[in-house]
Design a protein around this ligand. Sequence first.
Ligand code: ADP
Length: 256
Amino acid sequence: EPKTHLMLVATRFAEGDILLFVRNVTDRVQNENMRRDFVGNVSHELRTPLTVITGYLGTMLADTSGLPPPYVRALEQMDGQASRMENLLKDLLWLTRIETTERDAKDEQVDMGALLAELQDEMGNLHPDNPLQLQVECQERIPGDYRELYSAVSNLVINAYKYGGQGKPVIASWRKQGEDYHLAVRDHGRGIDPVHIPRLTERFYRVDDSRSSMTGGTGLGLAIVKHVAMAHGGRLNIESRAGQGSTFTIILPQRT
Ligand code: ADP
């Protein structure tokens, strides 16, 4: 039995009158669910054949003696592209999971200071000369999903290193701001042109496709961040200045 989804819409006119009406959005919600399930199922089905392909490629690349160099190069290219596809499927499945999970059932009390410290450790191995800087100004735990929040901040921090300019500081902060909590990642890179900002969280949207595809991302990182924020009742705010850097802030409401 399909559920009916209703949306309450309020419009205020210049004269001060307020019109309230209820819109039936069942079709829209059902289409969105179908799209999500389809993407999830396809990603899942593609994983098995891909595992077979990468398995054989691994075996062939383990001993390339006797193979003509152009064959070896072709195998290496295939192996590289197969890993890209693997990352893509991993991100698509993760995004589908975040979009589907029933939130309240699995709320943990997340210690954001500890989460950021773990991420700082992990990033320290990748960028030993430019450690992630932390500013933790709030000690309260918040209800949420540790793995999802970790993947969101980690996507932001990885982007900050990727697009933030070599050796420039990357800062992650956690603080209370009025009625909200702010989890922010700041870089000092080339920044983002304002025309792109509203579209950055769309799946596969990239500012500069040729440059971005060399950095090995999937174009799904910010979509994941936005959905994690939404799943926690919050949102993602993006501020950027050309040539000066960007700040991505996950804004989470305090739940009472
Ligand atoms: P990916 O990094 O895999 O391309 P994302 O969804 O994480 O995908 O980011 C989308 C695009 O937004 C990137 O391709 C890049 O052009 C831009 N972007 C993301 N983070 C930053 C940043 N910190 N500074 C400048 N541009 C960024």
